[in-house]
Design a protein around this ligand. Structure first.
Ligand code: RET
Length: 277
């Protein structure tokens, strides 16, 4: 029968006319994506140039940071040129008098998750190596990070609220593991270092946690609750990504150059087997 209760969201109603509503990025969103693409490209070039000005032994942070913006450049290039995006149908319902169907869909930029799954572990390695975090804590935080991003991807394509918010909850739990590793174990590790390195780690790790916490909030309002349109979501992530990658990177590299004596221990791992330049 054609009469469907409006709460059951029927998927197949061949006899009802169907209206499609889609939320896609407008020129504002597209321009934002291109601007960030260029910014990521230029930052990457700057980081590679900065890497070449120091001997290989001193390049660990430069290389990690340049990798981060390189991946961001590729993923932003994909999104700006219309790749790495899918439409996700998120609501189907009949109109008030059951005379028509309405289908809502929204763009999901899945290229972001590909980016995050690679760049956020690299960011954690930057911070972990700076703090002199032990291998166990670093491995656990990187694992939790991958779980966080992948559950976010599953959540973005969830077919029901239960799925969507279920994955989101798992992602938030994984995020808490990262916060714990950085805030508690990172602090313990840094306590052996000199005051300058300690202050710098506290500042840059605090800055990171503040920015990272904004991501699940933007996700919850945008992809999650669909209260924010795709354009606004693109702009929010653009600002966060620029602060969390290139700005974070410039801050780390310019300060680390001055502190490089203090992170000598981990450079043993990075430079083992390298001949002196
Ligand atoms: C998701 C949804 C699931 C729950 C949580 C999330 C957190 C994402 C974060 C992303 C950080 C990205 C960065 C990118 C580039 O610099 C996946 C949105 C907790 C923290 C820092």
């Amino acid at each position: 029968t054609a009469t469907a209760s409006p709460t059951s969201f029927p998927t197949v109603t061949p006899d009802l006319p169907t209206f499609y509503f889609t939320d896609v990025a407008s020129d504002t969103g597209k321009r934002t994506l291109w601007v960030v693409t260029v910014f990521m490209a230029l930052s990457s070039l700057a980081f590679y140039a900065m890497a070449m000005r120091v001997p290989v032994q001193k390049r660990l942070f430069h290389v990690l940071t340049a990798f981060i913006t390189t991946i961001a450049f590729i993923s932003y290039f994909a999104m700006a040129s219309g790749d790495g995006i899918n439409f996700h149908v998120y609501k189907e319902k009949t109109t008030k008098h059951h005379t028509a169907m309405e289908v809502y869909s929204r763009q999901v930029y899945w290229a972001r998750y590909v980016d995050w799954s690679l760049t956020t572990p690299l960011l954690l390695m930057d911070l972990g190596f700076l703090a002199g975090l032990n291998g166990a804590s670093l491995l656990i935080s990187v694992f939790a990070d991958v779980i966080m991003v992948l559950t976010g991807l599953f959540a973005a394509f969830g077919n029901s609220d239960g799925q969507k918010w279920g994955y989101y909850t798992m992602g938030c739990a994984a995020y808490l593991v990262i916060v714990y590793q950085l805030a508690i174990n990172g602090r313990t590790a840094i306590s052996n270092k000199d005051t300058k390195t300690k202050t710098f780690f506290t500042m840059i790790a605090g800055y990171t946690l503040l920015l990272w916490t904004a991501y699940p909030i933007v996700w919850g309002i945008g992809d999650g609750a669909r209260l924010m349109n795709v354009d606004a979501e693109v702009v929010c992530y653009a600002i966060l990504d620029v602060l969390a990658k290139p700005i974070f990177g410039f801050w780390l590299l310019t300060t680390h150059d001055k502190l490089s004596r203090n992170t000598a221990s981990l450079e043993g791992f990075w430079a083992s087997g390298l001949t002196q330049e």
